[in-house]
Design a protein around this ligand. Structure first.
Ligand code: SF4
Ligand code: SF4
Length: 373
């Protein structure tokens, strides 16, 4: 495993981190615990020492599960993170309750890394009003948090405002070769460098989208390096940036764990030639007009139970494969994928960190499906 030293804490962090938000699940939607535990064991034994969960991952089950599995290992041999979902709190007391609850559920006395979850311009007033930073700083002073940071979904300008207003130890941003310009990740990364904040990368493979590329794009990468998986290009792109402390991958089966470990055990940043090939691949990828959904599921509580990320996944698969029958069948057979009841209320779009105009995209997909019937 390749490690980087956190310049703030001097800790040796595995450059590949384990994101505990996309474990395999059973038919009832719960984490498939035996399979997921094997994946965590496989990762830990291979040297991954950074494990990232959050209150809402797997509807709250991720933090309990991660704590349960990791307690068999010496506490000082791994770093565990968790995040404060400020949108779930109405009072300062709620913030304290959530934090104490998280310590219990993860079965730890302290979090090595703790973040204010999904900071954005809209969340800054809540953080101020509920004095979240002040409370978490107090927890840090008491030793219940070792490094305090935030995860982020907004513009570089808002990131600059946050970095200038508070004194955090690190930050987590969405960074991958597609979002480098598309979501201004390059500028966000530069803001963190300017403020000397170590960068934790989330969504390096964009929710799996950069692992499953359209055939022409994938062929370009394969021609350059037949043995490398498409996901490895994305991981190496993010990990090659010097100020990146760890790259979180939300792995969902043991094959993905093994592939990522292979990439990181013998890590090499992309060469200039490979960067050029990636730029060509990116230009081709953009022509496919895929919906930039990362399957984060923040939009999942639709009032008419439309399962938006599943519809976008089915649509993107169709754009990649061209399989009309499969597209129509998946839309029909998958629960929550009939979007004809959409109220166009926009509640989903306001929660989408990718700023997707969800009702509009759903309408386009419906029209496409109707025309292909
Ligand atoms: S706009 Fe449609 S899909 Fe989005 S929350 Fe409202 S009803 Fe659900
Ligand atoms: S549509 Fe947006 S909020 Fe919903 S899962 Fe996709 S990226 Fe997340």
């Amino acid at each position: 495993m390749y490690y980087r030293t956190n310049p703030v804490s001097n800790q040796k962090i595995s450059l590949l981190g384990f994101g505990a938000m996309r474990f395999p699940t059973t038919e009832d939607g719960k984490i498939d615990r035996p399979r997921a535990e094997e994946m965590l064991d496989q990762a830990y034994k291979a040297g991954i020492n950074y494990f990232d969960t959050a209150y809402m991952y797997h509807n709250g089950e991720s933090q309990d599960f991660l704590g349960e599995v990791m307690k068999k290992y010496p506490r000082e041999s791994f770093y565990i993170t968790n995040k404060m979902p400020v949108w779930m709190a109405e009072t300062k007391e709620d913030i304290a309750k959530i934090f104490e609850d998280q310590l219990k559920r993860c079965q730890v006395e302290y979090f090595d890394y703790y973040l204010i979850h999904a900071m954005s311009a809209d969340r800054i007033p809540i953080v101020k009003e509920l004095e979240v930073y002040e409370y978490l700083s107090q927890m840090k002073a008491e030793g219940k948090i070792r490094q305090l940071g935030f995860s982020f979904h907004d513009s570089p300008e808002v990131l600059e405002e946050i970095c200038s207003s508070w004194s955090f130890d690190f930050a987590q941003i969405q960074l991958n070769y597609l979002d480098w310009e598309y979501q201004r990740a390059k500028e966000q990364y530069e803001v963190l460098c300017k403020h000397h904040l170590p960068c934790v990368v989330m969504e390096p493979v964009r929710g799996g989208a950069l692992a499953k590329l359209p055939e022409d794009v994938s062929a370009l990468l394969k021609a350059k390096n037949p043995d490398a998986s498409t996901a490895s290009w994305a991981i190496r792109f993010a990990a090659g940036l010097e100020n990146v402390m760890t790259v979180l991958s939300g792995m969902s089966d043991d094959v993905q764990v093994a592939d990522n470990l292979k990439t990181m055990n013998d890590f090499k940043p992309l060469s200039e030639e490979e960067q050029n090939v990636l730029q060509e691949a990116l230009a081709l990828y953009r022509k496919n007009n895929l919906i930039p959904c990362t399957a984060c599921r923040y939009c999942i509580d639709c009032p008419v139970s439309i399962v938006i990320p599943d519809i976008f996944r089915i649509y993107n698969n169709y754009k990649i494969s061209g399989n009309v029958k499969g597209f129509l069948n998946d839309l029909k057979e998958t629960e929550g994928c009939d979007s004809s009841a959409c109220l166009t209320c926009g509640a989903c779009s306001s929660k989408c960190p990718q700023h997707i105009d969800i009702p509009e995209e759903l309408a386009k997909i419906r029209e496409l499906a109707d025309s292909l019937q």
